[in-house]
Design a protein around this ligand. Structure first.
Ligand code: A2R
Length: 304
């Protein structure tokens, strides 16, 4: 099959590409800053260019990963967040509709769509209460997908991805930030004190290598018009994440809580039910301890 990944050079795009190549699929992608035989250079806001790419490729599946993916940046530039996340998705779905294609489109949303929860694992039908512009933009994408399915029978599914981690992620992400600081401390380049934000929050983490397997399973087996959580189903506090990471180091490390690192609004606990995903045949394979060690080892061998 011919598969197009928008945002192929991003953190998840690179892992998804590898997984699809292992499945012997023909993989293509889009990027704003890079092009080669398999990667088209385009901004997704450029409808004409996007149309030409889709006409020339006629992909069987599109994984729509391209996004403004940072919650922090979504506060700093709300318009750009909505342009990239919502309007670019609208452009993509309109193009598929205009061309009358049966292409399966998988849009990637976020746990941030749920926002404040009562602490129990949220199901795909749970109340939505996003508390930042990023979550709101992704929630709108989920509703757009549902509307394009019910109004035009587009072959679309929406995924609500809970936090996913692994080597290669942007160093502003919390597990990367902790790991990088530990690696710096081990090299003697930082005082043996790790600076953290709010570590009381509880999150549901999955290894990115398990996440891309879930995306493939949803693309193949998910029902059009449906929403699927991609989550481990279990919560862990950032305090416990930190404990595991610090436990991998021989150095004696203290923790400094820095209010400057707190977000303007934070969700205390966010865990996703994964029953619907598991019913499609997915299982989490990589334990969090391995993921965290892989991230730390990445910084131990190479500091940006
Ligand atoms: O264009 P590039 O190569 O700079 O790639 C960025 C791409 N992107 C865009 N592509 C086309 N038109 C745009 N207007 C546009 N804006 C951004 O999306 C970037 O590398 C890619 C997203 O990659 P990351 O920021 O690394 O996100 P990640 O962690 O791979 O997340 C994938 C998806 C996103 O939809 C997240 O919101 C969701 O999973 O969690």
């Amino acid at each position: 099959m011919k598969i197009l990944i928008t945002g192929i050079n991003g953190f998840v795009g690179s892992y998804l590409r590898e997984h699809l190549l292992q499945q012997k699929q023909k993989v293509f992608g889009t990027s704003r800053s890079y092009s080669d035989k398999f990667v088209f250079n385009t901004d997704l806001m450029d409808k004409q260019n996007l149309k030409e790419i889709i006409i020339s490729l006629k992909p069987d599946i599109i994984f729509h990963l391209a996004a403004q993916s940072s919650v922090k940046k979504s506060w700093e530039d709300k318009y750009k967040t909505f342009q990239t996340n919502f309007f670019a998705t609208l452009t993509l779905l309109e193009t598929i509709k205009e061309l009358e294609l049966s292409t399966r489109v998988v849009t990637i949303g976020s746990a941030e769509e749920y926002g404040i929860t009562n602490g129990s694992p949220v199901t795909e039908d749970s109340f939505m209460n996003p508390i930042n512009p990023y979550g709101l933009s992704k929630m709108a994408v989920g509703y757009l997908v549902k509307q394009f399915f019910s109004a035009y029978q587009l072959n679309v599914v929406h995924i609500r991805a809970f936090p996913h981690i692994g080597p290669g992620q942007n160093s502003t992400f919390v597990t990367q930030d902790f790991s990088k600081q530990i690696a710096l401390i081990e090299r003697g380049e930082q005082e043996a004190r790790i600076n953290v934000g709010n570590i009381d929050v509880i999150r549901d983490f999955t290894d990115v290598r398990d996440v891309v397997k879930a995306y493939w399973i949803v693309a193949m087996n998910g029902r059009a018009g449906e929403i699927y959580n991609v989550s481990s189903g279990e919560g862990i506090s950032l305090k416990d994440i930190l404990k595991i990471l610090v436990g991998y180091s021989k150095k004696s490390i203290t923790v400094n809580v820095d209010p400057q690192k707190f977000r303007p609004a934070d969700i205390p606990i966010l865990i996703g039910s994964n029953h619907k995903l598991k019913a499609l045949g997915w299982e989490k394979e990589i334990p969090i301890e391995k993921t965290l060690l892989d991230i730390l080892d990445q910084y131990r061998s190479k500091l940006e």
